[in-house]
Design a protein around this ligand. Sequence first.
Ligand code: TRP
Length: 330
Amino acid sequence: MKKRILTGDRTTGKLHLGHYVGSLKNRVYFQDTYDSFIILADIQALTTHFEDPKKINQGIMDVAIDNLSVGLNPEKITLFQQSQVKSIAELTIFYSMFVSVNSLRHNPTIKTEAKQYGYKDLSYGFLGYPVSQAADITFCNADLIPVGDDQLPHIEQTRKIVRRFNELYGKGKDILTVPEALLSEISRLPGIDGNAKMGKSLGNAIYLSDNKEIIDKKVRMAKTDTNRIHLNDKGNPQVCTVATYHKAFNLSDYGNLCEMCKNATIGCSACKKELADALNKELEPFRERRAYYEERPKIVGEIIAEGSRKANIIGDNMVLHVKDAMHLLI
Ligand code: TRP
């Protein structure tokens, strides 16, 4: 039997190159070898955007199309919507009994996001979303979770929950599988402004759905080595966003370009032009698939409904096991 992958994204808007490098690329790569589940995390999106449900609704479609456009094959993978899978909500409740509030408060990603959104008094749902994420991962007993490094605290929290659950209710048997994170080589892409992280809400992202003109323009704006002012100044690729992007999207020329930068034999704008070309080359096949699905939203809806149906069957069965282990069946 194939091992299982589960990963996904909150549906607050379109996905960007950071998502692609950190996780989507691995999703495509592993779709043949693993039984792959991709979650459209609309409940998790509500934890920060509960006042903006229309945005989440649009986000479900956008994120689904982003996933399909990069080459995930709906015949192979299970693409499903979190709020349609009841077992996720049920497992969240059960796990919440033994997860400590302090462990959530100290979760570094929760802390960073709370700061970023300016939250002082955290909502119950926001503080608890790592518990809900543990339910996302365990309803189907996923083995491997391809994610960017910002998600590591959540995977660690899930592993703790699983171990604790098995210890409490397993009677020597493992009911739940302890999952493992799968990091890609470049698990965090900087923003075009040079910020350490590319983020939807940071306004520094290149989107998978950006067309050629936008990509060319954004790459022209990207931050390089700020000490390199004149063409004959020698550059330092280690502090250059564009160099990091070359490494992620144009690896065959990366070494050479770094040498030329260090010797001042290539200028930033020529180097950026090469990057924009490499990016457009990588994104071109995605654009064709995107156009296909954008013209057929009904097909996308059917893919999500079918995936959710399949996820429900697996999840309902898991909840039965869990309830049995917890002595809740009479
Ligand atoms: N928290 C993830 C993000 O912000 C999205 C997500 C929800 C997820 N459930 C998941 C990722 C389960 C991996 C596994 O991108």
